[in-house]
Design a protein around this ligand. Structure first.
Ligand SMILES: [Mn+2]
Length: 324
């Protein structure tokens, strides 16, 4: 039995023995975190285990209206007796809920390459496309099928983290999982429309501003876009409507790193990074952020102008532009 198979079996065994579970996901939750949570809630319901997702008040959960029944989401810290199942989160410090100092039994299920293995049990596979894919495998391990809604949530999570099956992390195992999820009731066309096929005019106008103002750096090997509070106000678009802009920038031939820095005028700047053949999680790490080699992010103080200047300097150094 490989270590990976042993980890999966240990998590399945632990899940069967639970009586009270608190799910936790990474801060700034994305489609994969929400999909994985919806899948785990479904499995625990089928095992007869009481489980809820806990987040800090005010945390925005994308696609929650579609995939997370409100009765299963609690704003605030989990009860002390609950086992914490941390999903899609590379370190305990990045969880979207404060756990306090108290020692809690923790099961860590994740696919970030830099995961600190902070759980008492860890199912960590840096090669997996998504945490949703790992949850799908747990379903197989438990010999349980997913309800149609949970299957759709997991399929959406996988689609989200693979950029709809285009990233290098998309494997035969990914498609095996998706085949199973479609058999369980996930509708590929519906999920596609939900994630990628619906865009408001306000969102397109925001995209136009971001792309129109994007600045080349590191001799054109990086492309840096920025959006200010004024851009959001002028277009009426919301922060989540920036999803995809940075991927569009990265799609330009010759661009190895793309970044989008955005602020809503509260002194905080959120930065999303994408790359081809360059570790952007290391850049995000310089500002306390993290993620994957090809997709990472961080939040920092300052203005978008200052942060973009900082990124430009760092990328000039790291993309070895000596010859240009
Ligand atoms: Mn993920």
């Amino acid at each position: 039995m490989t270590a990976r198979t042993q980890e999966l079996a240990a998590v399945c065994q632990a899940m069967r023995a639970e009586s009270l579970v608190a799910l936790a996901i990474h801060e700034g939750p994305d489609g994969d975190a929400v999909g994985a949570a919806a899948g785990m809630l479904d499995l625990f319901a089928k095992l007869g285990v009481e489980a809820h997702l806990f987040v800090e008040p005010g945390v925005v959960l994308p696609l929650a209206a579609e995939f997370l029944p409100p009765a299963f989401v609690v704003a605030g810290p989990p009860p002390a007796a609950a086992t914490v199942y941390a999903l899609d989160c590379g370190s305990a410090a990045r969880l979207a809920v404060k756990l306090g100092d108290q020692r809690r039994r923790t099961v860590n299920i994740d696919h970030h390459h830099d995961n600190t293995r902070f759980g008492d049990l860890n199912l960590v596979d840096g090669a997996a496309s998504s945490t949703s894919e790992l949850v799908c495998e747990i379903g197989v391990g438990l010999d349980l099928r997913f309800s149609p809604s949970a299957a759709a949530a997991l399929y959406a999570g996988i689609s989200f983290d693979t950029g709809h099956f285009q990233h290098a992390s998309t494997s035969a195992a990914t498609f095996d999982c998706c085949a199973r999820l479609v058999a369980d009731g996930a509708d590929p066309n519906r999920v596609y429309r939900l994630l990628y096929g619906t865009r408001s005019l306000a969102s397109l106008r925001l995209w136009a501003r971001a792309i129109g103002g994007a600045r080349p750096a590191a001799c054109g090997r990086a492309l840096l876009a920025l959006l200010t509070a004024e851009d959001f106000a002028a277009t009426g678009a919301a922060d989540e409507e920036t999803e995809g802009i940075v991927d569009a920038l990265r799609s330009v031939p010759g661009v190895e790193v793309a970044a989008l820095s955005r602020s809503h005028g509260d002194g905080q700047v959120k930065v999303s990074l994408r790359s081809e053949g360059f570790d952007v999680s290391a850049v995000a790490g310089l500002k306390g952020g993290g993620g994957h080699r090809q997709a990472a992010g961080f939040t920092t103080g300052g203005t978008v102008e200052e942060v973009t200047q900082w990124l430009s300097t760092v990328l000039d150094e790291r993309l070895s532009t000596a010859s240009c």
